[in-house]
Design a protein around this ligand. Structure first.
Ligand SMILES: Nc1nc2c(c(=O)[nH]1)N[C@H]1C(S)=C(S)[C@@H](COP(=O)(O)O)O[C@H]1N2
Ligand SMILES: [Mo]
Length: 448
């Protein structure tokens, strides 16, 4: 196993990859464009309690530009697996081995289903580290892995991987039952990831109150019931083990907490959400994991674009604010099929007439200014023009109108004959007496 390809340079892939690359010139990285740019410019830096170092490995966004790997190490988020599979597919051979270090119980099975060859070695990472910025990882605690063949035996390739890790100074434990090892880590993840988000604090805070032990037992009990049904029995004192395993990392947050605070998606669907999904399939109740999944989503899932709200204010009796769902639930007669105003596009807009009916407009209000969320662009129409021509597009192909198309809310004004009035990213609709702010140019060539 000579050539090694690390996929991702996040908190897991970045740390282990950098350690491997430090002493091994055959380690290269497959990275997202913005991480790639950072790593090419200033290398990949690990700032650790054990010391800081920087490596400058070969890296690319296209696996075909790197040496063909004998071993691929996946250290990306569970939700990126499908994307990564497509990216590595062109460089796979009959002999490529894939080691998974990411969270998610079914990662290995998803890989096997897609690649249809015995190419996967299972792994679990024990580490607490954080992305500071692309190409810079802070490492706080632990930094070990467990690996194992899914069938449990000590294969040559397994020992080969262990040697790679140990010669890079990474403690690597061989697990005779990697599925069980994964489920044990899953228990810890399903407990402390959501709890740190819910309490907005560190692991230690969750352990301060004895009532929490009951909650932890219930979460772990549900996870263990699913695992047992899937033929992976966990020890009866699993909940106590989970708590014990937390003692040495009492002062940390969790990756879910960090993902949330950094505005990234969380892995909830692959942790507690996975338990709920399996519970449904297997007829096993998972009420606590279900409650946690729902609460974590309510707290962490953001609208895909911007703040996702538009506010009508100014010369109104009471300002009102809408999100996409609120707009979509306005009376049907106000909705416009966007294909009638933006040919070839499938989606929905709301007529300004319908929107302006909702707040009570001040007497003598006669203009409407549409302000983009960046505060830089605005167009002011007369109330009549807005009522007659204005349509706020809020949905394309069943999803929020993307930023790239001027979403989440874009004003279009079919029939008005002025493209410049198509305000992208409308965040504020201001009712005025007399004309309001308007940054449109008097002479503006179409599309400029
Ligand atoms: N937020 C915002 N909306 C905007 C603009 C802008 O600079 N910012 N430019 C306007 C002008 S002058 C035109 S001609 C159209 C261009 O739309 P297009 O980029 O879809 O061609 O968007 C309008 N909407
Ligand atoms: Mo324009």
């Amino acid at each position: 196993m000579k050539q090694i390809l690390m996929v991702g340079a996040g908190s897991v892939g970045g740390f282990f990859g950098a350690r491997l690359a430090k002493s091994n010139p055959d380690v290269s990285f497959l990275l997202r464009p913005n991480t790639l740019a950072a790593v090419k410019q200033k290398g990949l830096t690990i700032r650790s309690v054990d010391g800081t170092f920087t490596v400058r490995p070969q890296a690319a966004s296209d696996a075909r530009q790197l040496p063909r790997p004998d071993l691929i190490v996946l250290g990306v988020k569970a939700y990126d697996l499908d994307e990564v599979l497509n990216q590595i597919e062109p460089v796979l051979t009959e002999k490529t081995v894939i080691l998974t270090l990411q969270n998610g119980i079914d990662t290995e099975d998803r890989l096997l289903a897609k690649i249809q060859r015995d190419c996967v070695v299972g792994g679990v990472a024990y580490i607490y580290s954080k992305i500071v910025e692309p190409g810079v990882i802070d490492h706080y605690k632990k930094g070990t892995v467990s690996i194992g063949e899914l069938m449990g035996y000590e294969s040559e390739r397994l020992l080969g991987i262990r040697d790679l890790f140990t010669s890079a100074g990474i403690p690597c434990h061989l697990s005779k039952d990697i599925r069980r090892t994964k489920w044990e880590k899953m228990c810890w993840n399903c407990v402390f990831n959501p709890i740190t988000v819910l309490i907005d604090d560190r692991v230690a805070k969750a352990l301060d109150h004895s009532e929490m032990m009951g909650v932890i037992r219930q979460i772990v009990g549900e996870v263990a019931a699913i695992a047992a049904t899937l033929k992976v029995p966990l020890p009866p004192d699993m909940a106590e083990r989970v708590v014990k395993a937390s003692q040495e990392i009492r002062d940390i947050h969790t990756s879910m907490y960090d993902d949330w605070k950094a505005g990234r998606p969380t892995e909830i669907d692959y942790l507690n959400g996975y338990i709920v999904e399996q519970g449904r399939k297997l007829g096993i109740p998972t009420p606590v994991n279900e409650a946690f999944t729902a609460m974590i989503k309510a707290i962490t899932v953001k609208e895909q674009t911007g703040q996702g709200r538009v506010r009508i204010e100014g010369a109104v009796v009471q300002p009102v604010s809408f999100d996409r769902a609120a707009i979509a639930s306005l009376p049907a007669e106000h909705h416009v099929d966007v294909s009638t105003v933006m040919p070839g596009m499938k989606g929905w807009g709301i007529r300004l007439k319908g929107l302006l009916d909702i707040p009570a407009l001040a007497i003598e209000a006669d203009h409407v200014a549409f302000h983009a969320s960046d505060g830089k662009y605005s167009a002011c129409l007369t109330l009549e023009q807005a009522r007659e021509h204005g349509v706020l597009v809020y949905e394309l192909d069943g999803a929020p109108l993307p930023d790239t198309k001027g979403g989440p809310f874009r004003l279009v004004t079919p029939g008005l004959g002025d493209l410049c009035a198509n305000v992208k990213g409308v965040a504020r609709i201001e009712i005025t007496k007399g004309s309001g702010r308007d940054t449109r140019q008097t002479i503006c060539p179409p599309g400029s």
